[in-house]
Design a binder for this molecule. Structure first.
Ligand SMILES: Cc1ncc(COP(=O)(O)O)c(C=O)c1O
Length: 460
C-alpha cells in the first residue's frame, strides 16, 4: 500500500467512517443544515429524504433552542449518572416518556443508542424470566430486520450478511418470516398470510423449546425489507403467542416512534401491544446521544422486590445534557404538534409516491406516515446483469446528482428506495423528491425496455 494513499488529504484517512469504503472516493462533507436540507462545504444544498439515518425528525431547524437547553444544563450540572442517585432532567424525561408511551408502559431505562436499547431489552427479558424462576435466554426476531450492530444486537439482526463475519453470535436467536408475503406474494389473501405467519412462528416456538425463549422482537413497520407492516390481526396474534408461551413481546421503535408514523409510538397505531419498547433516534431528533427502554408495569414488578436490581448500566445513559436536549425536542414537537402535522400531510406524500406506480420498474409503494419504500421490480427477473443494473450506488448517485439524498437497500435481489424525510418536510419537499425519483426511474424504465428489445431481437 503506497503510504501517500494513507496520508492523502482528499480521502481524510484519519476519520474511519461507518460502513464506508475507506479506499474509495473522498467523502462529501456537510457543514450546515436548514429545515429539511443539508448544505455541503461547496455550498450545494441537498434535500435530506432519509432524515439522515431516519433520526432528525425535527429536521435541522431548531439548533438554537436545543443549544440553549444544552447550555443551561451544562451551567447547572454537566454530568451525573443514573446509577442509584439521579438528577432532575432524567426524572422529567422519564415522566414525559411514560405519559407519551402506550398505556401500561411506565418505566424508562436510559441508554446511549438504539442498539444498546435492544441489548438492554434482551438482558431485561432474561432477567425478568430469572426473577420469575425461569431460565429463558433465546430471542426470536424477523428476517431482514435491522436491530443494530453491537454484538448482542447483531445476534438478533435479521441481516445475515452483517452477522456472518462475526460469528459466533452472543445471543442464540431464531429467525421467523417478516410480513413481506402480505404484500402481494405467496398468500391468497392477507388473512391467509397472517395465519401462515402465525402458524410458522408457533411451530418455531414449539420446536425451539418454548421454556427457553425469552422474547420476540419486532418493529411495527419493519424498515429493512421495505417498510413492512401488518394488519392488527397479525400483531394481536403475536401478543397471543407470546402470552401462550411466556415470551416477552419487544417493539423496536428505534425508527418508528416520535411522530415518524403520525403518532408518538407506532405500536399504538398498528395494534401492537408490547411488554417493552426500545427506542432512540427521534427521542432527541438525534440532537443528543440518547436511547431508552420503556417497560411495562408487569416487567418492572420483579425489580421492585427488596434487594433485587436489574444488573445493567453504563456511564452515559440518561446523561443530563442529553436528557435536557431530548426534553426540548419533545417540547418543540408537542408545541408544533408534529405527529398531527404528519397525520395531516401523510396522504399527500403517499399520493405523490404512489403516482410512481405508473412506471414499469416500480413494483410497489408502501409505508406509513413519513416512512416509505418504493420497491422496484425484481432485477433478476428483468435484467440479465442482475442487481448491477440499478445497483444501490447507481440509483443513489443519480438521485444525489439531482440534489436528493436517500438510501437504496436490497432484500435479496429486490431493490428498495427508502423515503423518510424530516417530519417538517412539506408539499414543496414532496414534489422535489418525487420529481427526482420520476426522472431517475423513467431513465431506468427506458433502459430496461431497451434491454428487453435487444433480447427479443437477438433471439429472432
Ligand atoms: C430498528 C432499529 N433498531 C436498532 C437500531 C440501532 O440503533 P443505533 O444505530 O442507535 O445503535 C437501528 C438503527 O438504525 C434501527 O433502525
Amino acid at each position: 500500500m503506497p503510504t501517500d494513499l494513507l496520508t492523502s488529504d482528499a480521502s481524510h484517512p484519519h476519520l474511519w467512517r461507518h460502513f464506508s469504503d475507506m479506499g474509495g472516493a473522498a467523502p462529501q462533507v456537510f457543514v450546515e443544515g436548514r429545515g429539511s436540507y443539508l448544505i455541503d462545504e461547496s455550498g450545494e444544498s441537498y434535500l435530506d429524504a432519509l432524515s439522515n439515518l431516519y433520526c432528525v425528525n425535527l429536521g435541522y431547524s431548531y439548533g438554537a433552542e436545543m443549544g440553549r437547553a444544552a447550555f443551561a444544563q451544562y451551567c447547572q450540572l454537566g454530568y451525573h449518572s443514573s446509577w442509584g442517585s439521579t438528577h432532575p432532567r432524567a426524572l422529567e424525561l422519564a415522566d414525559r416518556l411514560a405519559k407519551l408511551a402506550p398505556v401500561g408502559l411506565n418505566h424508562v431505562f436510559f441508554t446511549p443508542s438504539g442498539g444498546e436499547s435492544v441489548e438492554a431489552a434482551w438482558k431485561l427479558a432474561r432477567a425478568f424470566a430469572l426473577a420469575n424462576g425461569e431460565d429463558r435466554w433465546k430471542v426470536i426476531s424477523r428476517q431482514s430486520a435491522y436491530h443494530g450492530t453491537t454484538l448482542g444486537a447483531l445476534s438478533l439482526n435479521g441481516l445475515d450478511h452483517l452477522r456472518e463475519q462475526f460469528a459466533p453470535m452472543l445471543v442464540p436467536s431464531i429467525r421467523t418470516s417478516n410480513t413481506r408475503r402480505l404484500f402481494g406474494t405467496g398468500a391468497d389473501s392477507v388473512d391467509d398470510g397472517v395465519r401462515e405467519l402465525l402458524d410458522e412462528l408457533e411451530q418455531q416456538i414449539i420446536e425451539n423449546d418454548p421454556s427457553t425463549i425469552a422474547a420476540l422482537i419486532v418493529e411495527p413497520v419493519q424498515n429493512h425489507g421495505g417498510m413492512l407492516s401488518a394488519p392488527p390481526s397479525y400483531f394481536a396474534g403475536l401478543r397471543r403467542l407470546c402470552d401462550a408461551y411466556g415470551l416477552l413481546l419487544v417493539a423496536d421503535e428505534t425508527i418508528t416512534a416520535f411522530g415518524r408514523c403520525g403518532v408518538w409510538f407506532a405500536s399504538a397505531r398498528f395494534g401492537l401491544d408490547p411488554d417493552i419498547i426500545v427506542t432512540a433516534k427521534g427521542l432527541s431528533s438525534a440532537h443528543a446521544v440518547m436511547g431508552a427502554v420503556i417497560a411495562s408495569d408487569r416487567v418492572f414488578a420483579p425489580f421492585l422486590r427488596p434487594g433485587s436490581s436489574f444488573l445493567h448500566g453504563n456511564t452515559f445513559g440518561g446523561h443530563p445534557v442529553m436528557a435536557a436536549v431530548a426534553l426540548k425536542n419533545l417540547e418543540i414537537m408537542e408545541r408544533i404538534d408534529l405527529p398531527g402535522q404528519v397525520r395531516a400531510r401523510q396522504t399527500a406524500l403517499e399520493k405523490e409516491l404512489r403516482s410512481l406506480l405508473d412506471l414499469d420498474v416500480v413494483h410497489d409503494v408502501r409505508g406509513a406516515g413519513y416512512l416509505w419504500a418504493i420497491e422496484l421490480v425484481s432485477a433478476s427477473a428483468d435484467a440479465p446483469h442482475g442487481k448491477r443494473i440499478w445497483g444501490p450506488l447507481d440509483l443513489e448517485k443519480r438521485l444525489h446528482q439531482l440534489g436528493v439524498l436517500t438510501r437504496v437497500a436490497f432484500d435479496d435481489d429486490i431493490a428498495i428506495i427508502n423515503v423518510a424525510p424530516p417530519l417538517v418536510a412539506e408539499q414543496t419537499e414532496f414534489d422535489i423528491i418525487v420529481d427526482a425519483l420520476r426522472s431517475v426511474l423513467s431513465t431506468v424504465s427506458a433502459q430496461a425496455q431497451e434491454r428487453r428489445d435487444q433480447a427479443v431481437s437477438t433471439t429472432m
